[in-house]
Design a protein around this ligand. Structure first.
Ligand SMILES: [Fe+2]
Length: 248
């Protein structure tokens, strides 16, 4: 079962995978049952490093037949993980910024790799009230977690379909902790309780890191914070590549 860890006033989930030997036997039909127990019962043994992207996505889609929870996806990821080799077609680099590379998307799930050159990082940002799961297949990234304290325009949170309109000219955030995530099977999450963070590849020596991200639902924009000016604003999110092809 996932290991629930609480640190500071934020909550995050870390999943240590013992690398059991599993293999997909996903059928194309919806799962007869609605629990992860059923899903796991349909997984037989071989090495997870052989999991293909197609099998990974197909297994993820089976979770769509019921309410998607953080715990269900965590349990799925504890049994079925993708290795760097399987994701090689979705690895693109830029010297200017970290890249977002779409692997799969439907109404409920968005799957992508993020590729980080040394010292590249996101701004501090929100996740639009959605759930997210991140693992690393090469290198190590740091996740700095924050908590919203107050802002000058809290009424901007009263909006449908978005976490906040943004646009505050005075935001106070409290930095809670930093979580390291390396290519050891650990999964770091974002959720409705812990929704503000910054991710960075802080290792100057490493050529690059590759992380795998799953969101439910997909996230097309977020609120980004400038901690120096204490301002925030909504930011559109773009893909560097889609399905293995550079985006125009
Ligand atoms: Fe994020």
């Amino acid at each position: 079962m996932p290991i629930l860890a609480s640190e500071g006033s934020g909550i995050f989930l870390l999943k240590s995978v013992g690398w059991p030997y599993y293999r997909h036997r996903f059928s194309r039909r919806p799962w007869a049952g609605d629990s992860c127990g059923v899903i796991m019962a349909e997984i037989a043994e071989t090495h997870p490093l052989r999991t293909s992207v197609a099998d990974f996505v197909e297994g993820l889609r089976t979770l769509e037949s019921d309410v998607i929870t953080q715990a269900k996806v965590l349990e799925y990821l504890s049994q079925v993980q993708l290795a760097y080799d399987a994701l090689a077609s979705y690895v693109f680099w830029s010297d200017s910024y970290y890249t977002r590379n779409l692997i799969y998307r439907d109404e409920l799930f968005e799957v992508m790799t993020l590729c980080w050159r040394a010292e590249q990082k996101t701004p501090v940002h929100t996740h639009n009230g959605q759930l997210g799961w991140m693992s690393v297949v090469q290198g190590e990234v740091l996740t700095h977690q924050y908590r919203y304290v107050r802002c000058s325009n809290p009424e901007n949170q009263n909006v449908i379909g978005l976490d906040c309109l943004g646009g505050s000219h005075h935001v106070d955030l409290e930095r809670l902790n930093t979580v390291a995530c390396a290519d050891d099977g650990k999964v770091v999450t974002v959720d409705k309780l812990q929704t503000i963070h910054q991710i960075e590849n802080a290792d100057k020596a490493r050529a690059g890191c590759v992380s795998l991200h799953i969101y439910s639902k997909p996230i097309d924009s977020c609120v980004a914070f400038d901690l120096r000016s204490q301002r925030c604003g909504r930011r559109e999110l773009r893909y560097h590549s889609k399905m293995g092809v550079l985006a125009s």
